[in-house]
Design a protein around this ligand. Structure first.
Ligand SMILES: *[C@@H]1O[C@H](CO)[C@@H](O)[C@H](O)[C@H]1NC(C)=O
Ligand SMILES: *[C@@H]1O[C@H](CO)[C@@H](O)[C@H](O)[C@H]1NC(C)=O
Ligand SMILES: *[C@@H]1O[C@H](CO)[C@@H](O)[C@H](O)[C@H]1NC(C)=O
Ligand SMILES: *[C@@H]1O[C@H](CO)[C@@H](O)[C@H](O)[C@H]1NC(C)=O
Length: 240
C-alpha cells in the first residue's frame, strides 16, 4: 500500500460519513412533525399541561421558635397536582395533594433549607429553596469561671458560651457596672473583653448580659472571677 492510497481511502470514508450525517439531518424533519402531531394529540385529548411554578416564597424566612410556619408551593398545571417537601434534601412529606406545608410550632431542629417538588402525569418541577431560620434564645451552658491575669499583661475574658439565633447583643459588666470601652479596655467584634495591661484594680466579678433582638429575650451569664497576679517569673524566683 502506498501512503497516497491510504489517504485516498480515508478521504472516501470521510465522504461516506458526511453522506450518512446528511441523511440523518434530512431525516430529523419528519421527526419534528411527529413530535408536533404528538403534542397536538395531547391537547385534543384534554389539554394536559406539565406543572409550572407560580411566584414563590421569599428566599429566606426567620421564624420565632414556637411560632407557626406555613410554606406554600404555588404552581399551575393539569390536575391532579401532587406536592412533596424536602428539608436539607431529605423528605419531610410523601407526595400529597396539599400545596401547603404547615408546622404549628417550629423547633430549632426544624431550621434548614426547604424545597418543594410538584408533579402531575406530564412531569415534575422543583421550586427554589427557602432558607428557614429559627430565632431562639438559649441559656448559658457553662458555670462560673475563675481566671488569673498577670499584672501588666493583656487579659482576654471570653463570654460564656450561649446558643442563640441571631447572635445576641452582648454587654459586659464588672462588679455590676456596665463596662465602657476605653483606650485600655476593648470589646472585640465577637464579644471578647480585652484588657490591654491589667492592674490590680481589674480584679473582680465580670459577667455579660445577652439580648436577642428577634425574640426580645435577655439572659445574664454566670460570673467570671478575674484575679490579677504579680509577674510569674518573680513568683518562680520566690519559690526557688
Ligand atoms: C423521597 O421519597 C420518595 C418517594 O416518595 C423517594 O423516591 C425518594 O428517593 C426519597 N428521597 C429521599 C432523599 O429520601
Ligand atoms: C440543615 O442544614 C443546615 C446548614 O447546614 C443546618 O444548620 C441545619 O441544622 C440542617 N437542618 C436539619 C434539620 O438537618
Ligand atoms: C433557661 O433557664 C431557665 C431557668 O433555669 C429556664 O426556665 C428556661 O426554660 C431555660 N431556657 C432554655 C431555652 O433552656
Ligand atoms: C433584661 O431583662 C431584665 C428583666 O429580666 C430587664 O430589667 C433589663 O432591662 C433587660 N435588659 C435589656 C437590655 O433588655
Amino acid at each position: 500500500m502506498t501512503p497516497g492510497g491510504s489517504s485516498e481511502r480515508s478521504r472516501n470514508r470521510r465522504r461516506m460519513r458526511g453522506a450518512r450525517i446528511g441523511t440523518a439531518r434530512s431525516g430529523s424533519l419528519p421527526l419534528c412533525l411527529v413530535i408536533l402531531l404528538g403534542s397536538s394529540c395531547h391537547m385534543l385529548h384534554g389539554q394536559e399541561v406539565a406543572p409550572y411554578l407560580q411566584g414563590g416564597e421569599r428566599g429566606q424566612q426567620v421564624v420565632l421558635e414556637g411560632n407557626r410556619l406555613v410554606l406554600t408551593c404555588p404552581a399551575g398545571g393539569s390536575w391532579p397536582l401532587q406536592y412533596r417537601w424536602t428539608l436539607n434534601n431529605t423528605n419531610v412529606t410523601d407526595w400529597t395533594p396539599q400545596y401547603r406545608l404547615s408546622m404549628p410550632s417550629l423547633k430549632r431542629a426544624d431550621a434548614g433549607s426547604y424545597q418543594c417538588m410538584v408533579r402531575n402525569r406530564m412531569g415534575a418541577v422543583i421550586h427554589r429553596r427557602t432558607e428557614v431560620h429559627v430565632a431562639f434564645m438559649g441559656n448559658f451552658s457553662a458555670g462560673e469561671q475563675r481566671k488569673t491575669a498577670t499584672r501588666g499583661r493583656a487579659a482576654i475574658i471570653s463570654p460564656p458560651p450561649l446558643a442563640s439565633f441571631p447572635r445576641p447583643l452582648v454587654t459586659w459588666y464588672k462588679d455590676g457596672h456596665k463596662i465602657i470601652p476605653n483606650n485600655r479596655i476593648a470589646i472585640t467584634l465577637d464579644n471578647h473583653l480585652v484588657v490591654l495591661a491589667t492592674t490590680a484594680a481589674d480584679a473582680g466579678r465580670y459577667h455579660v448580659e445577652a439580648l436577642n433582638e428577634m425574640t426580645g429575650e435577655n439572659v445574664t451569664s454566670p460570673a467570671v472571677y478575674l484575679s490579677v497576679s504579680v509577674c510569674l517569673q518573680r513568683r518562680q524566683r520566690d519559690v526557688t
